[in-house]
Write a protein that binds this ligand. Structure first.
Ligand code: HEM
Length: 181
């Protein structure tokens, strides 16, 4: 997992819960990196799981809720860092249906070792998109948060429902329906 995912995560934890909580979850997680992340480095995904688990214990918030909130923050980071990627789109469904064949393809050129999910589009109309998320990291709540922010970015609204196709969350079907005119 790329370092930027860790550095932004710890910054958000510091903002919301304070530096003591950052120090505490780093201590509790026994991290090979010891929590010394650089944005361009690459670290084990298990480090993120450790941090999330201990933050969840500390805050009594579920890992899914933490990932959702974190993704909403991360969208702004991505849109700020890669404006040209986002600005190519003027419609949220076009953007979301292009993650697999465009956005994450570009991401892989920038970070060849990025660990990205796959999104398979099953159905797409002007107002509806159905796609299947697959990833061994089961970060579907992170995907949901990024999707929600995508609609906000385009000043639009949508109903997004998800259905786990595998109970461990490594395969999830997203059904997205635009709700505005
Ligand atoms: C992960 C880039 C848009 C879904 C990532 C990572 C980067 C990235 C750098 C981390 C990879 C790693 O740690 O190795 C971008 C950029 C975007 C974008 C630059 C737009 C400009 C989106 C959108 C979604 C999405 C709109 C919506 C579903 C995900 C998910 C992950 C991820 C779910 C977590 C990894 C996993 O589940 O396996 N993306 N992304 N991305 N991205 Fe994107």
């Amino acid at each position: 997992m790329k370092g930027i995912v860790f550095t932004e995560f710890l910054e958000l934890v510091e903002d919301k819960f304070g530096l003591e909580v950052v120090d505490k979850i780093i201590q509790q997680s026994n991290l090979p990196s010891q929590g010394a992340y650089t944005a361009i480095g690459t670290y084990e995904f298990s480090e993120m799981l450790g941090l999330l688990k201990h933050l969840s214990e500390h805050t009594q918030l579920s890992i899914d809720d933490l990932l959702l909130t974190y993704a909403e923050h991360f969208f702004s980071v991505l849109a700020g860092s890669y404006p040209d990627l986002v600005n190519q789109y003027n419609d949220p469904l076009e953007m979301l249906s292009s993650i697999e064949n465009h956005i994450h393809v570009e991401v892989r050129k920038i970070y060849p070792d990025a660990e990205l999910p796959t999104f398979e589009v099953l159905e797409k109309t002007d107002s509806k998109l159905v796609m299947i998320y697959k990833s061994s990291r089961a970060m579907y709540s992170f995907g949901l948060g990024l999707m929600r922010k995508t609609f906000e970015h385009f000043n639009t609204t949508a109903d997004i429902t998800l259905e786990k196709l595998k109970s461990d969350g490594t395969e999830v079907k997203f059904s997205i329906i635009m709700t505005n005119e």
